[in-house]
Design a protein around this ligand. Structure first.
Ligand SMILES: Cc1cc2nc3c(=O)[nH]c(=O)nc-3n(C[C@H](O)[C@H](O)[C@H](O)COP(=O)(O)OP(=O)(O)OC[C@H]3O[C@@H](n4cnc5c(N)ncnc54)[C@H](O)[C@@H]3O)c2cc1C
Length: 511
């Protein structure tokens, strides 16, 4: 069997890359180890409940042109993704519980109530400081990038824009913390910004890139902004990308675990599947497996030792605990939010294990996700569960079950702040651990992506020392999350495509 391009893995990065390559006119086969496409963003159904395994917070999907690279891919492959819109989420913080919204003004009301006028003034000042930074952060869309010299032409289109914002680039290229230090004295706002950084990158503000935060400001504080939730949940997004792949002749092979990336000389020439089949790649192999998992697919002699050493020694973020619940909804308040953020304690540090808990109840927006009169709930600790606590456990042992019960209590307690009788309402309870995450998502140590400080380290890229081998996904582009992952896939697809088709794509999506 032969194909122009073989993609290893159908995470959002792999699907964005594959669907765009198919649109560019290449033959594409996406090999997915799992029986369901989507990786960390796959959806799964049990007993009539449709769960998101991972993401549920989306924005910029209902406007075109959008600064969100995921929407840019959807536009490029000409696929509609119907979304439901909302603007408010709930917060349970050490200071108390409140609702807050995207948009420039509502957070000032929250601040006024919690911290007074001086804090409001500081927030307003920060918004002014961020205004030129957010313009600079979107001056060069990642869609224009490619990992070769052709970038001179594709990026060149944006040169006037870049020159206009050139003065901001130095601040954007560092961490966000100095911007906080220069402008904010209020401890609550400092903690709040640190929380946003952690949610964006899995790291505190000292290590989160200012460009990532500026991009978020550009997205969340633009006029008339709303948040999006794809109809059908993350499964709806995955289905849209698969549709884009298949309508251009691309293929998705499920249950197709890649055992090895085949290398001849200094070039990747195909893949060997676990079931013995071999696929030859005429142009390229793109790995959407994480950088650590990709190394396992390459024989030690195939890549230079320095590259192997650098990738092997890239530290991963911690892992996750999950609760997926199907619950009886009768008698619940009608104004439940789709999302809640719970922070137990600022003093222990935003990245401390069991400190931040996220809750998502997407059936309040899309009732089709649950049987009538029920809700689906996903609670998780976002990238703050140490894998080391789980390493070596036998998943069938009593000790593992006990550890699951113990480490899930913090999620139950967080949810009890929203739904006090939650434990009596559950009709379906699934508890996931770092081992579940590692096994189902085929991810090294159940991780989220690299834990690399923007202040001191360069992020891995999609390029490798082997001709014809690229990587995409959340370990190859800063800003763990779907926009970054989509950007990583798009840049690799652009690199493989001829420049004229890349330029045509930019014109088509209005850039
Ligand atoms: C709980 C959770 C909540 C999140 N919430 C949000 C959110 O609200 N908003 C947001 O923007 N982001 C969120 N994220 C982040 C986002 O979901 C991820 O960054 C993104 O989905 C990762 O995509 P990826 O392309 O890197 O690949 P992955 O999702 O890691 O997919 C890689 C795929 O490759 C497959 N694979 C691996 N090895 C092989 C092999 N050898 N052969 C074949 N296939 C293989 C895997 O099975 C998998 O399907 C969340 C993540 C998690 C875990």
């Amino acid at each position: 069997m032969k194909s122009d391009v073989i993609i290893v893995g159908s995470g959002i990065g792999g699907l964005c890359c594959g669907s765009l390559l198919a649109k560019y006119g290449f033959e594409v086969i996406v090999c997915e180890s799992h029986t369901i496409a989507g990786g960390a963003a796959h959806g799964f159904a049990q007993q009539g409940f449709q769960f998101d395994s991972g993401p549920s917070l989306y924005s910029g999907l209902s406007i075109s042109p959008s600064a969100n690279p995921l929407k840019q891919v959807l536009d490029a492959i000409e696929v509609e993704l119907p979304c439901l819109q909302y603007e408010t989420w709930g917060c349970c913080l050490p200071e108390g519980s409140f609702e807050t919204s995207v948009g420039g003004d509502q957070f000032c009301q929250v601040l006024s109530g919690l911290r007074g006028d001086r804090a409001v003034q500081e927030w307003r000042t920060l918004q002014q400081v961020m205004a030129p930074l957010k313009d600079a952060a979107i001056a060069l869309p990642p869609a224009a990038l490619r990992w070769d010299w052709g970038a001179i032409r594709t990026v060149g289109r944006f040169a006037p824009n870049l020159l206009r914002h050139g003065g901001q680039m130095r601040r954007l290229s560092g961490a966000f913390q100095p911007i906080i230090a220069d402008n904010i004295t209020d401890p609550f706002i400092q903690n709040w910004l640190n929380l946003l950084c952690f949610l964006l990158s899995g790291l505190p503000a000292t290590d989160t890139s200012a460009a990532e935060v500026a991009f978020m400001f550009a997205d969340w504080y633009r006029p008339h902004v709303k948040l999006d939730y794809p109809v059908g949940g993350s499964a709806g997004l995955v289905a849209a990308l698969v549709q884009g792949l298949q309508q251009q002749g691309g293929q998705l092979w499920l249950n197709a675990h890649v055992e090895q990336i085949l290398v001849e000389g200094q070039r990747a020439i195909g893949v060997q599947l676990r079931d013995g089949r071999t696929i030859t790649a005429r142009k390229a192999v793109v790995s959407n497996a994480s950088i650590w998992d990709t190394l396992r697919l390459l024989s030690p002699a195939a890549v230079p030792a320095a590259f192997r050493y650098q990738r092997q020694n890239t530290p991963p973020c911690d892992s996750f605990m999950h609760l997926h619940l199907g619950i009886e909804a009768t008698g619940l308040p009608p104004n439940l939010a789709c999302h809640y953020i719970v922070v137990n304690d600022w003093a222990s540090g935003i990245t401390a294990p069991q400190n931040v808990v996220l809750i998502s109840i997407p059936s309040v927006l899309d009732p089709s996700l649950a049987p009538p009169g029920r809700h689906v709930i996903h609670v998780y600790t976002p990238g703050n569960e140490p894998y080391a606590l789980w390493e070596g456990f036998d998943r069938r042992s009593a000790a593992y079950l006990q550890q699951k019960q113990l480490r899930s209590q913090v999620m139950w307690q967080a949810l009890e702040r929203i739904i006090p009788d939650i434990r009596q309402r559950c009709q379906l309870t699934l508890i996931g651990t770092p081992l579940t995450h590692e096994r189902f998502l085929r991810r090294h140590r159940g991780s989220y992506g690299p834990a690399l400080s923007a202040a001191t380290s360069l992020f891995p890229t999609g390029k490798t020392p082997l001709a014809g081998l690229f990587c995409c996904g959340d370990s190859t582009f800063p800003g763990i999350g779907l926009p970054a992952v989509a950007a990583s896939g798009m840049i690799v697809a652009n690199t493989i495509a001829p420049i004229d088709r890349h330029l045509a794509m930019l014109r088509q999506i209005g850039l």
